[in-house]
Design a protein around this ligand. Structure first.
Ligand code: HEM
Length: 75
């Protein structure tokens, strides 16, 4: 079931800890609050099934995330 245990400690992978962890958590919380307050639903756009973001995202110095096309329906 669990494919990669490091996924639960994303800021602790590697030799050093992440200095930007607190900022990253604030930003993610802020983004989720914005979504919940302003949109009533979210779905995949036409032609998107959500698999490319896991199969085509490239891991190099920083992560090169493949676009994920979503449609947000405003409240
Ligand atoms: C979800 C978001 C983030 C994740 C998952 C993450 C993850 C990580 C990880 C795993 C490391 C350690 C790498 C290693 O030791 O090889 C690291 C280091 C670092 N991160 Fe992040 N990070 C995130 C966001 C941020 C943000 C927002 C900033 C800055 C504003 C930041 C700045 C840094 C810096 C400067 C280091 C190097 C620290 C050092 O070498 O002492 N990170 N990050």
């Amino acid at each position: 079931m669990i494919k990669n245990r490091d996924a639960f400690l994303t800021c602790n992978i590697g030799m050093n800890g992440c200095i930007g962890r607190a900022l990253a958590i604030i930003e993610m919380r802020d983004l989720m609050t914005h979504w919940i307050q302003n949109f009533k639903s979210v779905r995949f756009a036409d032609g998107e099934d959500g698999t490319r973001i896991t199969t085509e995202t490239k891991d190099h110095f920083t992560v090169g995330v493949t676009p994920l096309h979503l449609v947000f329906e405003k409240k």
